[in-house]
Design a protein. Structure first.
Length: 292
């Protein structure tokens, strides 16, 4: 009996360790994916500013659309997962910011409500490929009529961005004299290491910026800003990503993960403990009929 109990204890301990490692990996993935989406969003602002692109409507929505469209262009599971995590990021932020208690300020703010930003990402995903993202629509209970109209949202956004960017696009993408800097921060060393080793800023340069001709030089920089933010600073010609924003993504994922709507949850050590130590309920399917 003692041997059996010892085996169960060791099995449980190693399962806890595995779950903690898996959870940390999943947290890092979520943080990086949301950071990349926000960086692409800020590139949208940068393009509007540097290329003098006209916009009709709220610029923040236009920049969100740019980020979503750029990732949809890649057409890979990895890019799709970034979009799913980003939508979940806005859902989590909505919970964290208590968006269910909406003040007047929320209606006249620069940005749409976080939950609206999440649904807009998903709408463009469905508009691009309804069948591929069918389960996303089902999970969010988006009705068939809206799924159909998301196609027109996608086409309008895609054609609009394509038209205004076409005069600035290079015939062949080439290297740019744009540098990426990761400043030593006062916060989490692990966050800086995650972004730097994942080449967050370089991804933006190679994935998007090298396709266009820019009249002015600028750099990309990750640093501590004193706030959870990211923005293009035209005065110093730098696109800044704040480490505090990545830390915020980490916090909301760890604190409010039950509010995740799209990505599959990872089992916690407590879930695994239940699986190991709680007896499984018998069902009619697994009870042998004694009359046989």
């Amino acid at each position: 009996m003692r041997v059996v109990l010892f085996f169960v204890f060791i099995f449980g301990f190693s399962s806890f360790s595995f779950a903690q490692t898996e959870q940390k990996d999943r947290t890092n993935e979520f943080v990086f994916n949301n950071s990349l989406f926000i960086l692409y969003h800020e590139i949208g602002h940068l393009l509007i500013s540097e290329l003098d692109i006209p916009i009709l409507g709220r610029e923040e929505n236009v920049a969100d659309n740019f980020a979503t469209l750029e990732l949809l262009k890649i057409e890979s599971d990895e890019a799709n997962n970034i979009l799913i995590d980003s939508a979940d990021g806005w859902f989590l932020s909505s919970v964290d910011q208590n968006d269910d208690i909406v003040s007047n300020e929320a209606f006249y703010a620069e940005h749409a409500l976080d939950v609206q930003r999440a649904y807009q990402i998903v709408c463009l995903m469905i508009g691009k490929n309804k069948e591929a993202f069918k389960q996303v629509a089902v999970k969010l209970e988006i009705d068939e009529l809206r799924q159909e109209s998301c196609y027109y949202d996608y086409i309008l956004a895609q054609e609009s961005w394509e038209k205004v960017l076409k005069p600035h696009k290079k015939n062949v993408p080439s290297d740019l004299n744009i540098r990426a800097f990761y400043d030593r921060g006062t916060g989490s060393i692990a966050i800086r290491k995650l972004l730097q080793e994942g080449k967050l800023l370089e991804n933006a340069i190679n994935g998007v910026l090298r396709e266009y001709n820019f009249p002015n030089k600028f750099n990309l920089r990750a640093k501590n800003c004193g706030e959870a933010n990211a923005f293009y600073d035209g005065w110093v010609s730098e696109l800044l990503f704040c480490y505090e924003l990545a830390e915020y993504f980490e916090a909301i994922f760890n604190e409010d993960s039950l509010a995740i709507k799209l990505s599959d949850p990872i089992k916690t050590p407590q879930d695994i403990e239940k699986d190991i130590f709680q007896p499984k309920k018998k069902t009619s399917d697994n009870i042998k009929d004694n009359d046989d």
